[in-house]
Write a protein that binds this ligand. Structure first.
Ligand code: SAH
Ligand code: SF4
Length: 433
């Protein structure tokens, strides 16, 4: 989501006549697009702003801006923490950036904007050699998970009109983008109660159906869905829609029902297993990944063992594992952060090991098989080694050329590790996707 916001920020400034530079030292303006989900992310951004402040001594016109969730979360405090900061703009007000840059003195733009800008995502400039793109379908979140700062920084759910999303997807397809990833905090809640369910299909599935028939769009992904709304129509969509990729990122946070209830996540581990089973049955070789928080206040060894046991059964082939970080203003910040850092780290390592085993095992099923890979760019390993992803979201390395970027190639897999598949191009699919 932040990556997409950064694109919006740079597109907006390019339309206003600014130029992007790869060299930070050449920049007249540096914008830090920040995250507040964990404290560490904020500490890092503040450190970077401190480092940038020194540039003001030699160039008084140099400007520093803090955008994104930390801007919303800390607001005016940021000017006190670092007097060199020129502007602070929250995620709901990003569209005001160009006009803020015209002004002088310190500017603070947080809270709700005067007018909603749900279509603001449309004005985009696409980088060279780009064949995949994020597409925001909604903003904000109506859930109140006890640990999470996002509803505070991004506000309540707001859905972009379906026509705008389809229009943006067409624009992307016409400009060489073959793969889109739909974004939202709870992407499968798209439309909420404001859009009707039709023939048992939720608005999110209706949207997927419309995108599935767009010429030029070869792959559709989405993130993140919430287990509560992961309804059967979505599972059926995975079976029926040819462009919808067999890969689902399903954040579960914990395998302990006691901790899930404390987190205000309205589902049980049983519900997760049902979704995983149904998906595996409906979609061959489906890749399933997740997010986990270890060391939530009061998480006992038994609670943690339940998460491990859920991992053993569900066999997630990828997971982001986060150590719990108390965030001011959230409900859980009032609880004692009683799981020691070393214990959080131990739990983190145990789950990482589980995921690596599951991933190695998952990758092995592709050995000797031919997979379809969308070529995205150069791998770090030598000039003629390229990388791309399979529909199930496995990363593949192979020998090819820069001209192949954006094509879907058939690759025969001859080796696999926990994180990567390697193979040989067997036959070129026609044209650029
Ligand atoms: N809307 C998504 C998650 C967005 S935040 C969902 O509900 O699935 C991305 C991830 O950050 C979360 O899934 C969670 O695992 C992690 N996270 C959020 N708040 C956190 C906190 N206070 N400490 C540690 N991890 C956190
Ligand atoms: Fe945060 Fe929960 Fe909303 Fe995800 S669903 S953004 S974790 S409040």
């Amino acid at each position: 989501m932040n990556e997409r916001d950064s694109e919006m920020i740079s597109s907006q400034l390019q339309y206003a006549g600014y130029e992007l530079t790869d060299n930070e030292k050449m920049a007249d303006v540096v914008i830090l697009n920040t995250c507040s989900v964990r404290e560490q992310a904020e500490i890092k951004a503040l450190g970077k702003a401190g480092y940038l402040a020194r540039r003001k001594r030699t160039n008084p016109n140099f400007k520093i801006g803090i955008l994104g969730c930390m801007a919303e979360n800390l607001g005016e405090k940021l000017f006190k923490l670092n007097g060199a900061i020129d502007f602070v703009i929250g995620p709901k007000r990003l569209h005001e950036l160009a006009s803020v840059l015209e002004g002088n003195g310190q500017s603070l733009c947080i809270g709700d904007p005067k007018e909603q800008h749900l279509s603001r995502d449309f004005d985009r400039k696409l980088g060279k050699n780009k064949c995949t793109a994020f597409l925001s379908i909604m903003h904000g979140c109506n859930m109140r998970c006890s640990y999470c700062v996002v509803p505070r920084t991004r506000g309540n759910e707001q859905y972009r009109p379906m026509e705008d999303i389809v229009g943006e997807a067409k624009f992307l397809a016409e400009n060489g983008i073959g793969e889109i990833t739909l974004l939202g905090q709870i992407v499968n809640n798209y439309g909420g109660r404001l859009m009707p369910t039709v023939d048992g299909k939720t608005p999110f599935v209706q949207l997927l159906e419309r995108l599935d028939v767009l010429p030029g769009i070869e792959r559709i992904r989405y993130m993140s869905p919430h287990p509560q709304n992961f309804s059967d129509d979505l599972i059926l969509a995975h079976k029926n829609l040819s462009k919808l990729c067999p890969s689902v990122h399903l954040p579960i946070q914990s395998g302990s029902n006691r901790i899930l209830a404390a987190m205000k996540r309205p589902y049980t581990s049983g519900r997760i297993l049902t979704i995983v089973e149904k998906l595996r049955k409906a979609v061959p070789n489906v890749g399933i990944s997740t997010d986990i928080i270890v060391g939530y206040p009061g998480e006992t060894e038994e609670d943690f063992e339940e998460t491990v046991s859920l991992f053993d059964t569900a066999k997630f082939n990828m997971a982001f594992i986060f150590k719990y970080s108390p965030r001011e203003g959230t409900r859980s910040a009032e609880l004692i952060d009683d799981v020691k850092e070393s214990e959080k780290e131990r739990r983190n390592q145990i789950l990482l090991q589980r995921v690596q085993e599951a991933s190695r095992h998952y990758h092995q099923r592709f050995l000797g098989k031919t997979v379809e890979v969308l070529v995205e760019g150069h791998a770090r390993r030598g000039a003629d080694t390229m990388f791309g992803w399979t529909p199930n979201h496995c990363k593949v390395l192979f020998k090819a050329s820069e001209n192949d970027i954006g094509k879907i190639l058939s690759i025969q897999i001859d080796s696999s590790t926990t994180s990567i598949l390697s193979g040989t191009v067997t036959e070129n699919a026609q044209g650029k996707v």
